[in-house]
Design a protein around this ligand. Structure first.
Ligand code: HEM
Length: 409
């Protein structure tokens, strides 16, 4: 006689208890139970490495919201009421397809050549050492506020040639803005994001005007002067690329450095390997990228009906490759996928920077910042230890710590 098996239907629920601290076990459930998942929010989520990789590399897909035909009506209504029904969508390269994407990316890429990134090393080392000096003097530190956030913020500000700005104010706006990358967002959060968007754009318009009058040897000036094949950036495109670089430049790397140091302090034997052998910095930062997944989810829109693993996905649907889940898929990484291993071979094949034509433009900069910050922090402070309950930022997508208290002596 067979027993009736009753089980709750499995659905991806990032609002469930405990998800903030541990999304990983939920990803494991989804990979095992419903890896190509149609969520009640009318979106598809992919949880396996191979599916995530194939989707990101599929050139037939779009990143442009204008191609969405299948909507989560509540989400759409909240965005329309906050941003206005006719609000123009961002023209940042992250949300446009070729040929505009190709043109915009080519213009901005000039600032991200291997030699221009390598030239930033001394700037990064100086910023890190100054932060570590202050920690050393006190004997205690708050790693996110003193190192993980200000480092990438200052580096992207230097690259762009931004004028001195109110860091706390901008941090609040950009935190509100990146909430829109979450698959679930409250009406209040959408309103806050719309307000932040207006404020940030007004600030960037002022900055661009100021830079026109004060050109210098920096990325902002280069973009203002950009002209390629007779094609200049429109002023709106210019502002949207700067907005993307400015926000992407710090909202992601903060999670790599903050959560990365947290995970190493929780795995002291791994931290010790790095202290003993600085040549491991490179593979360790890739392993941290795999392990913490600073951007957990990316996004594509189908331009025709497609099939994934026997599931029919209609034209105009949002499909979300869960990078963080791909990064812990045992089918790719083996039985120790859930463990941090700074010596893991092939760890650079993680999905944390996405893939295909939108692969992260700042990947080598982020890696360099991570290598300098994490390596120097650990070797300077052999006795560093977590001294208080860490505070999570509560974001589903750009998941990371808001606060990490440590003692460093
Ligand atoms: C740990 C840090 C970072 C992570 C995890 C990260 C992750 C990502 C991801 C997942 C994408 C989308 C890829 C896709 O959908 O295929 C992306 C795109 C992008 N990132 Fe990053 N990023 C980081 C740091 C940076 C930095 C420091 C910059 C620049 C200063 C940057 C600039 C960009 C740009 C411009 C794009 C859009 C590329 C395009 O659409 O062609 N990122 N990043």
């Amino acid at each position: 006689m067979s027993e009736a098996i009753t089980s709750e239907p499995l659905f991806y629920n990032p609002l469930q208890d405990g998800y903030t601290e541990d999304p990983w076990s939920h990803f494991g459930e989804m990979r095992a139970g419903d890896p190509v998942h149609h969520s009640p929010l009318e979106q598809w989520f992919l949880f396996r490495y191979d599916d995530v990789m194939a989707l990101l590399r599929d050139p037939s897909l779009s990143v442009d919201d204008a191609n969405l035909l299948v909507h989560n009506e509540e989400r759409l209504a909240a965005f329309e009421s906050a941003f206005g029904p006719d609000a123009e969508r961002s023209t940042s390269m992250l949300g446009v397809d070729a040929p505009d994407h190709t043109r915009l990316r080519r213009l901005v890429s000039k600032a991200f050549t291997p030699s221009s990134i390598a030239a930033l090393r001394p700037v990064i080392e100086d910023l890190v050492d100054t932060a570590l000096d202050a920690m050393d003097e006190r004997g205690t530190a708050e790693v996110v506020g003193e190192l993980a956030f200000p480092l990438p913020f200052d580096v992207i500000s230097v690259m762009l040639g931004m004028p001195e700005a109110d860091k706390d104010q901008i941090a609040k706006w950009s935190a509100a803005l990146v909430k829109t990358l979450d698959p679930i967002i409250t009406d209040e959060e959408v309103r806050e994001a719309a307000e932040a968007d207006t404020n940030m754009n007004a600030l960037l318009d002022e900055v661009i005007e100021w830079k026109r009058a004060n050109p210098a040897d920096d990325l902002l000036t280069a973009l203002i002067q950009a002209e390629e094949d007779g094609d200049r950036l429109t002023s709106r495109e210019l502002r949207d690329q700067i907005n993307l670089l400015f926000v992407a430049g710090h909202e992601t790397t903060v999670n790599l450095i903050g959560t990365g140091i947290y995970e190493l302090l929780r795995n002291p034997e791994q931290a010790q390997l790095l202290r003993d052998d600085p040549s491991l910095d490179v593979s360790a930062v890739d392993e941290l990228l795999r392990y913490v997944s600073p951007v957990q989810i990316s996004r594509r829109v189908t331009l025709k009906d497609i099939e994934i693993d026997g599931h029919h996905i209609a034209k105009g649907t949002g499909v979300f490759p869960v990078l963080a889940s791909a990064n812990r898929d045992a089918a790719k990484w083996g039985d120790d996928a859930e463990q941090l291993d700074v010596r893991r071979e092939g760890t650079g094949q993680h999905m944390s920077f996405g893939g295909g034509s939108h692969y992260c433009l700042g990947a080598s900069l982020a890696r360099l910042e991570g290598q300098v910050a994490v390596g120097r922090f650990l070797r300077r402070f052999p006795n560093a230890a977590i001294s208080g309950e860490p505070e999570w930022n509560g974001r589903i997508n750009l998941r990371g710590l808001d606060r990490l208290d440590v003692t460093v002596r």
